[in-house]
Design a protein around this ligand. Sequence first.
Ligand code: ATP
Length: 370
Amino acid sequence: MDIQIEGLVKTYVSEGRTVRALDGIDLHIPANQIFTLLGPSGCGKTTLLRCIVGLETPDDGEIRIGGEVVWSRSKRVAVPPEKRGLGMVFQTYAIWPHMSVFDNVAYPLQVRGVARAAIREKVLQVLKHVQLDGLEGRSATRLSGGQQQRVALARALVAEPKVILFDEPLSNLDAKLREETRKLLRHFLTELGITAVYVTHDRVEALALSDSIAVLNGGHIIERGDPQKIYFSADHRFVADFIGRANLIPATVHEQQPDWTVVRTPWGLVSCQKRDFAPGSQVTLCIRPEFLHLTARPEGSAPSSTEETGVRNVVEGRVEALDFVGEVYEAEVRVDDQVLLARVDPTLAVGKGDMVHFALAPEHCLLVTA
Ligand code: ATP
């Protein structure tokens, strides 16, 4: 089932101050996708999720789930949470410690008066999905954090919700378990083909898990797209900066060429991925550290498409800092008054104080709003 949100507004008054937590949200969440609401703390993502579930009453706008209006100010509709057919998994595991795994998961079906045999079959099937089969008799407290969260997941799934909503469900797990549970989640949500709305402030989680991501800030949706679009070709500086580490350099559009957009940067002209900005526009050049290909001596010439204009996507700088971070070194390289962050292959003989060169592939030079 899809979710359609139109003109959603929610304000809070706290200590005499009015906060516009949602400032006119228009959003379509397609059916059978994992859709992530991503943004910094306080951007409104939990408020939006709670409005969809019905735990929060908006001030204005409309929410439709599978075409049915569940909340509308103008139509005076407010379907209560339990009638919206949604499942929800929270950050805290919210399972009952005095019950077994089986009873925790069976609870929503028992409340509905489902026959015992049907409950057993369904519960065992769902436990298999979340890889807890064999643990149904165990007390819920005798489980690891990751297993407890999977019990909560199973309980949300067993009721066969139209949509399942997740509010930072992995944030209480340690890094390794978080990664494992994330993979499991991705696997079974895709297999079930269910609509999932997922809230997180963790960009890696959002990139790894989602079919689509909406990036929020200050109660607005800044941009939406699939993970590759959001990471490699965001339109907005805020999004490019939030989704990954980035070198952000002020630039002015110099000219449009058939294949590239050429900008003037503090160190000269640079050919970039083509973007529809007028010459003279103030923009930001975004280069991810992994795309700054650093060499100890000058690279060859710039890509042939830019040769005739004299644009050379090669930059020279001095290494100011070099940190070993596991697979690679991270280098801070001063280029005039800018300091650029680059990933350096550990086999490259580069030391602090060395002069180095970067080759900037135009397709990895992204232009975003200033
Ligand atoms: P986090 O990642 O920290 O949970 P979030 O993006 O989910 O943040 P929300 O919890 O939706 O953000 O909050 C959005 C804004 O609304 C924030 O400025 C927050 O302080 C405010 N807010 C949320 N709930 C209330 C409340 N009950 N009373 C007053 N202000 C609130």
